[in-house]
Design a protein around this ligand. Sequence first.
Ligand code: GLU
Length: 259
Amino acid sequence: MRIVVKIGSNVLTRPDGRLSIAHIAALVEEVAALYEAGHRVMVVTSGAVAAGCARISLPPVIDRVIRRQVLSAVGQPSLMDTYRTCFSTTGLPMGQILVTKSDFADRDHSENIRQCITALLDHGVIPVINENDAVSVESLMFTDNDELSGQVARLFNVDLVVILSSVDGLYTGDPADPASELIREVRPGEDRSGGVVRSTSSKGRGGMTTKLSVTSALAREGIACAVANGNRPGVLKAVVFGDPPDFPCTRFLPAERRG
Ligand code: GLU
């Protein structure tokens, strides 16, 4: 299978805001296990801004856009350095791809991205993709990396998108409310937006609202998706191989593909 694994900022960082090497190492090992099992895996990672926050402090009055540019420029190398170290222990090489939303709007640019990622995969390199936040124009930015994952998934017509977050999946209400229940399965075309709480995660840009809109759209186009908790050990094995079958997550069943 061709699989996109999206890793959110809250999964990659510790409560003090620094990158969690232990979490990244565990997820990289799981990605390597999927690769060894014959899957072609593309990683979409957040965490550049969060990593930047842990490295420098900026005055609170600084312009929002400049803040994001500076933090991501400082944080992206740290993020990649951590990935590179973790991948090297698995023996798998990784390659960094930074993209902007406008790259996907232009046929030549998106074809260039497709060619590069295909070549990486053909040569046994795991692509690790992020938005180029340092140079992304505010009005032309992805809502978040969930949206970027959707674009990558479409470009490669992948079989599965796994969005790793800090909650188990989509709930019938606020995940913090004990009365809310985890929704295990969403059928294509089924509207489960009623219970979604419109808050974003503490470190990332998106939230469950974009996750739901991206996964629902992909599922309608025939691409299976899952939202799962990236902090649970064995999460990728559980989602991809269905082992254990009762692993808590939300699966978005794909509509039949046309053509
Ligand atoms: N590209 C942003 C980063 O690396 C994250 C965007 C998001 O939160 O999805 O910090």
